[in-house]
Ligand binder design. Structure first.
Ligand SMILES: Nc1nc2c(ncn2[C@@H]2O[C@H](COP(=O)(O)OP(=O)(O)OP(=O)(O)O)[C@@H](O)[C@H]2O)c(=O)[nH]1
Length: 177
């Protein structure tokens, strides 16, 4: 049993629970409750000598969703999309919100066909979210494949470039780098 300076009695088990809660808080996105950027980067930083696939997903024209339908609807789109993706992605993927309207998926291998099929599935899932009868949510996706000897900075940069290409080519599509 420990005695804190506030006279509160805490056991080691209490302290461990508090530590687990704080750690969960630090690595969870406050809005969508999926992993946050910190967790995602901590995870991929441990994998410097491994091959994997990195998928960056960015909601299209999200500013206009906020402007036309309100910030609450924008938040709802983020939580709904995150929940749909979390339900779809396999357990060995790591899925996180990097910030704003940007999400990332780590896939633990570099199989190109699997990444293409998954990207198409992620595009279709976004389109199931209806804003009005005439307008559904769309996303753009950038995919890069990490070679065993490649730096994380390089693979992140290539995924960003691929995303930029998907946006420039008209959005609602994926691009590979
Ligand atoms: N509702 C809501 N909006 C957010 C949140 N975080 C960031 N945003 C908004 O997301 C918008 C992102 O806008 P932009 O970076 O211009 O991107 P975009 O409009 O999606 O344009 P493209 O990516 O080029 O298709 C900004 O208006 C931010 O205010 C959030 O947690 N909730």
């Amino acid at each position: 049993m420990l005695l804190t300076c506030y006279g509160l009695k805490l056991t080691m088990a209490d302290l461990k629970r508090i530590q687990q809660c704080l750690s969960k808080e630090l690595t969870t996105d406050y809005l969508t409750k999926i992993a946050n950027r910190r967790f995602f980067y901590q995870h991929i930083q441990q994998l410097t000598d491994q091959r994997f696939t990195l998928i960056i997903i960015d909601i299209d024209f999200f500013k206009s969703i906020n402007d036309e339908f309100g910030h609450d609807v924008g938040d709802k789109v983020l939580t709904e999309l995150a929940a749909l993706y979390a339900k779809t992605l396999s357990q060995d993927c790591v899925f996180a919100r990097l910030g704003g309207e940007e999400f990332a998926v780590y896939v633990p291998d570099d199989n190109q066909q699997y990444a293409i099929d998954l990207s198409q599935q992620l595009l279709s899932i976004a389109r199931t979210i209806e804003l009005t009868k005439q307008r559904n949510v769309t996303v753009s996706i950038g995919v890069s494949f990490k070679a065993a000897d490649e730096s994380l900075a390089a693979v992140l940069k290539r995924a960003d470039l691929a995303l930029y290409k998907a946006k420039n080519n008209g959005r609602n599509q994926y691009s590979l780098a």
